[in-house]
Design a protein around this ligand. Structure first.
Ligand SMILES: Nc1ncnc2c1ncn2[C@@H]1O[C@H](COP(=O)(O)OP(=O)(O)OP(=O)(O)O)[C@@H](O)[C@H]1O
Length: 689
């Protein structure tokens, strides 16, 4: 085992600035300026971020990666000794370019109307900001989220993992890491911690396998959390397979289903599950394990799938391949090769584990409450297609979303189902109040010990999630990066003032400037731009306007038809694709033409923008977890962010993994709402790394 002691990458306890003078980012939480509470609104908010991750249980641990010296994802680091060789190259390209600074400099240029959501709290912020002195020179606002996430109480931690080496990684996985990231890639701080705490270099003994653990991986967007959990999990699955570790389903009394995965990854959107499954597949080119994405079948209709096609699919799916058409070939494949890792949304996983239509009674009740006539339709509950008895790992990606009020019941239901299938049922309350407000007054619940390893991961830790963890998982080990709750350091911010005329025309104007600047400095391919709106209708209208003006774009909302195809083709040309052959496989005609056209040396004019989408307009649907391509260099936030957690995730789709990027926040500079906008601008500024 190579134990490197380079201080540059040492991971040890972080000491953050002791004083936390903060404006809380969510509009429903108080605003603090220089230790003085200046805005009201004390009602708890589910997007309020946690201050202190220190575990309450005696056995819980908090480990914070020490920021590298120089830190990863910064110019200095890449210039001097390289976070990776690819990153050094990107840096030099960026230095050559030297874009003019476009952000406004005087306080009059501050955006005035990043509209706060309506409601009492928004009014509170307004009222209080009115009484606050306008001169901001004395009111320094530091990272608003650090108030809620105090890392200064971290335990000391020194990581040996300053490089990816074999061991502790098995050769095949190490080779894949180098194939994916390049030969000089080094672990990011959160990966270093994950290698130290989650990864086992040797097969676990039966006693070790029976000791289940729980971890939280918390680090900023684009910092490599997916690889941080995938490497230890995949390695553990492979080592267990090689050592012939028994499965529960070997016992004939335990029901076997078509699929009996050993690890589950839950994520909030189908797009993210597909991308995560694809990434896991990339890491398995040299270590054969079977990954299945439980997303919808990649064909228009299941009826059109013939037995011959099914057989063909089975034959053509080599080990380690992602099988996005899992619904079609699930049964025959499962009879031949077991599934190792299954990735899916909570509702899809429940459907597989409980049978299609399992929740029909509940839906019937809901439908009849709403007076839906179809409520008397006949629904047959299908056979469960997945057994949960073999599940040894559960990863909850974007854990703050999957434990929010919309998802938490389904998420906890899955965890309870797995526990029951593994012979250790845990208590399950459908209605669980995770809000931290009255946590102290409620009786302390009994901690839950799940009979599997549990990993939660997110770039933002709201206080509701922290309260849930403290109450139910007090011994969970918290692994955090010192940049948590900050924007990536390579992401610039700009505030664009509405002119007061047509806002769509303002957006068009700013878009054209992006490409003009690209052309000026000879950048190929031209930048892609991700535009976030708050509402679907706004996204669609903006898309139509830009098309009229000759800017091809994709407007993608929750109900877009393109999403129904069950693949990520609707994101082609925007998501990161590493291997050219995969680009060719997955891209539809327009997207591949786009990549080629944009990359061609002679492609200089803006003409191509008419035919090839360089703009994707969406809502928060695509703000979570998706790894966008490095040429998505701009994120436009054209509606006020609902809260700064949402802002952090939207902005974080660019500037990933040390790439440069820019987030442009649109707002009014004059008239009503200017004070609110000034506060928002301060908050955005305070999120900078
Ligand atoms: N050690 C590394 N060095 C360089 N690039 C890396 C490293 N680890 C991961 N990456 C790349 O960084 C990108 C972002 O990784 P990933 O999507 O896992 O980030 P994340 O932390 O999960 O972000 P988010 O919070 O937005 O979900 C990916 O393209 C990944 O391949």
């Amino acid at each position: 085992m190579s134990l490197l002691s380079s201080s540059r990458c040492a991971v040890r306890s972080a000491t953050l600035p002791p004083e936390l003078l903060v404006a809380c980012l969510h509009t429903s939480t108080p605003v603090y300026v220089r230790g003085q509470r200046t805005a009201g609104g004390s009602a708890p908010s589910r997007t309020r971020l946690v201050k202190d991750l220190t575990p309450t249980g005696a056995s819980g641990k908090l480990k914070v990666a020490r920021q590298r010296d120089p830190p990863p994802h910064t110019e200095k680091d890449r210039r001097n000794d390289g976070y990776s060789s690819k990153m050094s190259q990107r840096l030099s390209r960026r230095e050559e370019a030297k874009l003019p600074v476009t952000a406004p400099t005087s306080s009059r240029d501050l955006p005035q109307a990043l509209r706060l959501s309506s409601g009492p709290h928004a009014r509170d912020v307004m009222r209080n900001s009115e009484v606050r002195p306008r001169d901001t020179s004395k009111t320094k606002v530091v990272n608003p989220l650090s108030e809620d996430f105090d890392l200064s109480k971290s335990a000391k931690s020194s990581s040996r993992y300053t490089e990816f080496t074999s061991p502790p990684l098995m050769d095949g996985l190490l080779k894949s890491v180098h194939d994916v990231l390049g030969p000089d890639a080094e672990p990011t701080p959160i990966q270093a911690l994950a290698l130290e705490h989650l990864l086992k270099a040797e097969p676990r003994t039966p006693e070790e396998r029976a000791r289940y653990q729980q971890w939280l991986l918390a680090s900023e967007t684009g910092s490599g959390k997916s690889m941080a959990y995938l490497l230890p999990v995949l390695q553990d699955l492979k080592l267990a397979e090689l050592s012939g570790a028994p499965r529960r389903t070997d016992d004939p009394s335990v029901p076997r289903r078509a699929m009996n995965p050993r690890a589950l990854v839950l994520a909030p959107t189908h797009e993210l599950t597909r991308q995560l499954a694809g990434f896991a597949k990339e890491l398995l080119h040299n270590v054969k394990l079977r990954v299945v994405c439980a997303s919808r079948a990649n064909t228009p209709s299941r009826k059109k799938v013939t037995a011959a096609k099914m057989a063909e699919a089975v034959m053509d799916t080599p080990d380690g391949d992602v099988d996005v058409s899992s619904e079609i070939i699930m049964r025959p494949v499962a009879q031949q090769r077991p599934v190792d890792l299954l990735v899916g949304t909570p509702s899809k996983i429940l459907e597989l584990a409980r049978g299609r239509g399992w929740d029909y009674e509940q839906r019937e009740a809901e439908d009849s409450q709403e007076g839906d006539r179809r409520s008397h339709r006949k629904i047959t509950v299908g056979e469960p297609e997945m057994g949960l008895a073999d599940v040894e790992w559960v990863i909850i990606d974007e854990a703050d979303v999957l434990f929010d009020p919309d998802f938490q019941e389904a998420t906890r239901m899955i965890l309870a189902d797995i526990s029951a299938a593994r012979g250790h049922p845990v208590p399950f309350e459908p209605e669980l109040n995770l809000a931290p407000a009255d946590a102290k007054s409620r009786p302390q619940p009994t901690p839950i010990e799940y009979p599997f390893n549990l990993v939660l991961t997110s770039a933002t830790i709201p206080s509701s999630l922290a309260a849930y963890i403290s109450q139910f998982h007090p011994s969970l080990t918290r692994l955090a990066s010192p940049h948590l709750h900050r924007l990536p350091s390579t992401l610039k911010t700009e505030h664009f003032n509405w002119t007061g005329g047509n806002r769509d025309a303002d957006i068009e104007h700013r878009l054209r400037r992006v490409w003009y600047e690209d052309l000026q400095r000879g950048q190929r391919p031209l930048s892609k731009v991700l535009v976030f709106c708050n509402k679907s209708a706004r996204a669609e209208n903006l898309g139509a306007y830009l098309r009229e003006k000759g800017i091809a774009n994709v407007a993608l909302t929750r109900s877009s038809d393109a999403r129904k195809r069950g693949s990520n083709h609707h994101l082609d040309g925007f998501l990161r694709v590493r291997h050219p052959e995969e680009k060719g496989e997955s891209a539809d005609a327009s997207a591949s033409t786009s990549a080629e056209a944009a990359a061609a040396p002679g492609a200089t004019s803006m003409e191509q923008l008419k035919d090839v989408p360089h703009v994707m307009i969406t809502t928060s649907l695509l703000s979570r977890g998706l790894d966008f391509a490095p040429d998505v260099k701009h994120v436009f936030i054209v509606d006020e962010p609902r809260n700064m957690v949402d802002f952090l995730h939207r902005a974080g789709r660019s500037g990933r993994a040390g790439e440069d990027g820019k987030v442009v926040v649109f707002g009014k500079s004059k008239g009503r709402g200017s004070e609110k906008a000034r506060v928002v601008r301060q908050k955005v500024g305070a999120l900078k790394a």
